[in-house]
Design a binder for this molecule. Sequence first.
Ligand SMILES: Cc1cc2nc3c(=O)[nH]c(=O)nc-3n(C[C@H](O)[C@H](O)[C@H](O)COP(=O)(O)O)c2cc1C
Length: 362
Amino acid sequence: MAGVPLRTRLCEILGIEHPVIAFTHCREVAVAAIRAGGFAVLGEAMKTADEIQENVRWLRSQVGDKPFGIDLVLPSNAPQQGTPEELIAQIPEPHVRYKERIHAAYDVPLPHNPVALRQWGGLNKRLALAQIDCVLDERVPAIATGLGSPEFLFEAAHERGIQMIGLIGATRQARRVLEMGADMVVAQGYDAAGHTGAMGTFSIVPEVVDIAGDKPVIAAGGVTTGSHLAAALCLGASGVWTGTVWLAAEESDVDPLVKQRILQATGDDTTRTACISGKTMRVLKCPWTEEWGKEEAPAALASPFQMLLSSDYLQAANDSRRADLMTEAVGQGVAFVDGPKPVGEILHGMVDEAGAILGRFG
Ligand SMILES: Cc1cc2nc3c(=O)[nH]c(=O)nc-3n(C[C@H](O)[C@H](O)[C@H](O)COP(=O)(O)O)c2cc1C
């Protein structure tokens, strides 16, 4: 039986051909996903307002009128202000000593480049507000918020005709973003790369569908193949939000050493840990995650202190290109990532496979 076309309400609302949203930190991946008929959301949490403005203008120069989103991370417990150095000075001594022990045990070099995580929007509210002002001023088509969704942002975005995408990992958070007026909700399950809650994708998606009324629900967490896309639509989702599947794509700027690890990894090679940012996050296992998982390790600090504590290790691993130290946010669906392939081929493969599966059921 022929495959069925996958036109959903999400396609109408976002003006896209296929109900697939690519989350990525790489602007070339975003452009390729948009050109292939999907939607792309560029993760800009670690960028300054000036860098975000430049990326938004560059994206527009590449895709014209086609819509896209910008994702920011805005934790509600971020300090009001404080330079990274001032915040680092507040890190307790046992944590500093444990970090130094790991650095010595694995011969972790010093970072050569500025530490990217020290401009993370979650570090303090001043940085986050500068990022927010930029996306509002640029009137980006859509804003996605993970890890905290300030109410004023929903209002300010809607006044400017910007769509708000709420990214949530628990049903109570879905209720909150819906009350604030989210135009759509990404229900992200435990399988996902990056910050993730404790509910599995198969459970959280239908729970959120039940409370979302006419707002589209987008399934995230482990979606890497057409069978996952078909399953997400069967659960009542209007589309999928995907991260891991793009990491090893041809256009992706992920370090080739990490791409190689991703292509060889299975779900068992990932771990969900608070030791990177202070909030539970799924990443590829590495010495930093293994050492913080030991019984003698101190409990992870709250965000943003744990993020600052891990930031030297993460930057040094990347700068020195030590594959044994490197990690990346990677989801449990990583076993299905193959390639390297162009983004368009991955996206169309997923859509064609889902259409064929759903076609078999008439
Ligand atoms: C490398 C990487 C970095 C991520 N960083 C963020 C981020 O900054 N903000 C965010 O909202 N989500 C982030 N995520 C999570 C994605 O938005 C998405 O929810 C997740 O990748 C979906 O699960 P999947 O990876 O199994 O497809 C990241 C994901 C990856 C793969």
